[in-house]
Write a protein that binds this ligand. Structure first.
Ligand SMILES: Nc1nc2c(ncn2[C@@H]2O[C@H](COP(=O)(O)OP(=O)(O)OP(=O)(O)O)[C@@H](O)[C@H]2O)c(=O)[nH]1
Ligand SMILES: [Mg+2]
Length: 549
């Protein structure tokens, strides 16, 4: 279907090449590739001058279709996505990881796991299904001890992966460029054909869906004389056909698809997962280097968002409300401020809602994301000696320093990229899904009031006297000038265990009447406290005011 009925069957699987700087990712992609695409192998002059990869590189490798991918003739195309290893380029890696079906984690066998290898592993866990570990540079191991050193490192890697979703994944030893940079090109790589067999055995048919809006991550844009401007990239969702209109949302322009190619072969149709070059006319390639193109008007540009999120377990330290993070939303990274909130205590165990945010519910403001090691749960632990109860789902309000354009329900990653890159710590802090974007610039007035996030406050008062079995008069909860009317209907708990409801003011001195819905037999109560989220009227303690100041 992908290339019309007459074309041979070619299945495309995107393979990410990730790892620490200098582990040999580009050398490996080069060794694996049979066909180089337009943007492969550190071709950019800046990359070559610095000897590091600055951007995603794409190349491909075609092999026969392995048996698990179905009968009949056809080819399997691995699109290799060579990611930069340099720490400062992690945002590019996050963008790249979102189009990957299978990840190769490249490890310098003489060094083992390094800081960015660990970060790549975290990104892989969030964004990829399958992984192969590649131990590179085995030529640097002394020949006599090579085999035992490889076995030792293989065991070590398997131990590292034990508690990840990649537990038990294949580990393959290679030398992508034996002898290093000075070695002649004729020097054959070691272990690469074995690696190709492992990749084939790991290849699976990713579930692709041609329905929905077309969205493509463009990684390269150039003009061809007499043809037009070609944008190459990976289709992230939906499909595209010749003659379709596509929008470049960053520039707010729409162009018609004049022709398309997949790895040098003209096609009339491409769908999710395909790598394609789309040719349009009258468009200056200098205007777009990297970015998204899509079905016209299908993306939204948002100023703030509500996300459902999880902390990344390797991130040291707490996630605090009001803290700033680098936030990667879909394919853009901006600075943003967060406010965390959890379900109301009664909803802690409610089913996780993955794709929607319920504006009908009440939520609880949190000074920080609740986790086993967060401060507030430490306090709780001391107080009641029991296991802290953590909610099954938590959310955050994100406010961006500048608007971002992204699809609905996209991946969000929060990181502290300004952390010293030589510090041996994970800079990725949380990941989540964008549930609700706020397109209105004035979202603070138009949108936030709909969000019922409350702060827990606890206040105690006294019972002045008992009126009858159903009502008591309370005092010392409000000041004389308080408008008690806005607290009517809120629950109070009596020291005898009954629940009461504030019924209204009583007299002029801030006293108030409490109704007790169930008849009580004994009423010797003297104390009264008001608590629980019901206490927290938005008008009274909206957390946004403290967030916005
Ligand atoms: N001895 C030896 N050197 C290698 C091998 N593979 C790569 N190298 C060398 O290691 C250095 C880094 O290789 P690259 O392929 O650029 O590494 P990279 O992981 O792509 O680096 P970044 O993209 O900058 O993170 C180069 O000097 C390579 O020649 C190998 O198998 N053996
Ligand atoms: Mg590289």
């Amino acid at each position: 279907m992908a290339a019309g009925p007459a074309a041979p069957r070619v299945l495309n699987v995107n393979v990410g090449v990730l790892g620490h700087i200098d582990s040999g990712k580009t050398a490996l992609a080069r060794a694996l590739s049979t066909t180089g695409s337009t943007a492969a192998f550190d071709r950019a002059p800046q990359s070559r001058a610095r000897g590091i990869t600055l951007d995603l590189g794409f190349s491909c490798l075609r092999t026969a279709l392995p048996p698990q991918l179905g009968p009949g003739p056809g080819e399997l195309q691995f699109t290799l996505v060579d990611c930069p290893g340099h720490a400062s380029l992690i945002r590019t890696i996050i963008g790249g990881a979102q189009i990957i079906d299978l990840m190769m984690l490249v490890i310098d066998v003489t060094k083992g796991m390094q800081t960015q290898s660990a970060e790549c592993l975290v990104i892989g866990q969030i964004a990829c299904q399958k992984m192969v570990v590649v131990l590179n540079k085995i030529d640097l191991l002394p020949e006599g001890k090579r085999q035992s050193a490889i076995e030792k490192m293989t065991k070590k890697m398997q131990k590292t992966l034990e508690n990840t979703k990649f537990c038990g994944c294949p580990v393959v030893a290679v030398a992508a460029k034996p002898g290093g940079p000075e070695a002649p090109e004729s020097e054959n790589p070691l272990g690469v054909s074995e690696l190709i067999e492992v990749l084939k055995s790991q290849a699976y048919l990713p579930s692709r869906d041609p329905s929905g809006n077309f969205l493509m991550a463009v990684d390269h844009c150039f003009s061809i004389k007499g043809q037009g401007t070609v944008m190459t990239g990976t289709v992230l969702s939906g499909s595209v056909s010749l003659g379709d209109n596509v929008e470049i949302p960053a520039l707010k322009v729409t162009k018609k698809v004049k022709s398309m190619q997949m790895f040098h072969t003209p096609v009339t149709y491409a769908m999710q997962g395909d790598r394609v070059g789309i040719c349009v006319t009258q468009f200056d390639p200098k205007l777009l280097e990297r970015g998204l193109i899509c079905t016209p008007e299908s993306l939204h540009t948002i100023h703030a968002a509500i996300i459902s999120l999880k902390k990344i377990q390797y991130f040291r330290g707490a996630l605090q409300t009001k803290a700033k993070f680098h936030i990667t939303v879909g394919h853009e990274t901006v600075m943003g401020r967060v406010m965390f909130f959890s379900p109301a205590p009664a909803d802690f165990n409610k089913e996780i809602q993955e794709k929607v945010f319920d504006f009908e519910k009440d939520y609880l403001y949190q000074e920080e994301y609740l986790s086993k090691d967060s401060n507030s749960s430490e306090e709780n632990k001391e107080n009641d000696q029991s296991e802290v109860q953590l909610p099954r789902q938590q959310w955050a309000l994100l406010e961006f320093e500048k608007p971002v354009t992204c699809p609905k329900l996209c991946l969000v990653i929060g990181s502290k990229l300004d952390t010293d890159i030589h510090a041996n710590t994970c800079r990725l802090a949380f990941h989540g899904v964008l549930l609700q974007g706020m397109e209105d610039k004035n979202y603070m007035e138009t949108f936030l009031p709909k969000l019922k996030v409350y702060k827990l406050k606890h206040k105690e008062g006294q019972v002045e006297r008992v009126m009858d079995d159903y009502s008591v008069i309370g005092r010392s909860l409000f000041k004389k000038e308080t408008n008690i009317q806005i607290f009517v209907g809120l629950k109070v708990k009596l020291s005898t265990g009954e629940d009461g409801i504030i019924d209204g003011g009583f007299g002029q001195s801030g006293k108030f009447k409490i109704r007790i819905p169930v008849a009580s037999t004994c009423m010797p109560c003297i104390e009264l406290s008001a608590q629980g989220p019901a206490w927290h009227l938005r008008a009274y303690s909206s957390p946004f005011h403290c967030l916005m100041d």
